[in-house]
Design a protein around this ligand. Structure first.
Ligand SMILES: [Fe+2]
Length: 188
């Protein structure tokens, strides 16, 4: 069985994990809001949107690179481990949990910038954008992989800023404040 480690395959492998933090954070914030009978100031919907957005990244990249059956088993196992790790991290240290995601997203923005450079240099084929991506991001029918990567990188840049903002807010103590942060749509 060939070992495939191309960039598209790695995207498929990464997203079963990157889709977990938003759902975990949203779940725990939801329970906290119910428990303390206090408004969440928009945090829950932001976090659940993150999870949905990452899931759509996976639905997009799986159209470009299909994992093998063995890879699917590995993904299932490691997702279970990561989900539980992140759940307890968020439960015990939510500020750190958001900061970790912020740093991951910083790296992701840089890696998508490299991806674009690979496409622009002709080292990675600029295939047609999958239909699921065209529909999700409202791209034109003529959109290509490059357009998809630009959209994904903008998502990542927003999530980077948002999670650092969440961490900063928690560092100040008290209940989450409103989402008054600014989110840049460009990559770094
Ligand atoms: Fe993603």
């Amino acid at each position: 069985m060939p070992v495939r480690l191309d960039v598209d395959q790695l995207r498929v492998h990464a997203h079963p994990f990157t889709g977990a933090p938003g759902m975990v954070g949203g779940l725990l914030r939801h329970l906290q809001s119910l428990r303390q009978i206090r408004d969440d100031r928009g945090w829950i919907s932001e976090l659940l949107d993150e999870a949905e957005n990452e899931r759509m990244h996976l639905m997009t990249f799986v159209q470009i690179a299909q994992p093998t059956r063995l890879e699917r088993y590995v993904i299932m196992f490691t997702q279970a481990v990561f989900y539980n790790f992140y759940f307890f991290l968020y439960l015990l240290a939510p500020r750190t949990a958001h900061r970790v995601v912020g740093y991951f997203e910083e790296e992701a923005v840089a890696s998508y910038t490299q991806y674009l450079e690979e496409i622009d240099a002709g080292r990675h084929e600029n295939v047609a954008a999958p239909r699921v991506a065209i529909d999700y991001w409202g791209l034109p029918d003529s959109a290509t992989l490059r357009d998809v990567i630009l959209a994904v990188r903008a998502d990542k840049a927003g999530r980077r800023d948002r999670n650092h903002c969440f961490a900063d807010t928690l560092k100040q103590g008290g209940w989450p404040k409103g989402l008054s942060h600014t989110v840049s749509a460009e990559g770094s």
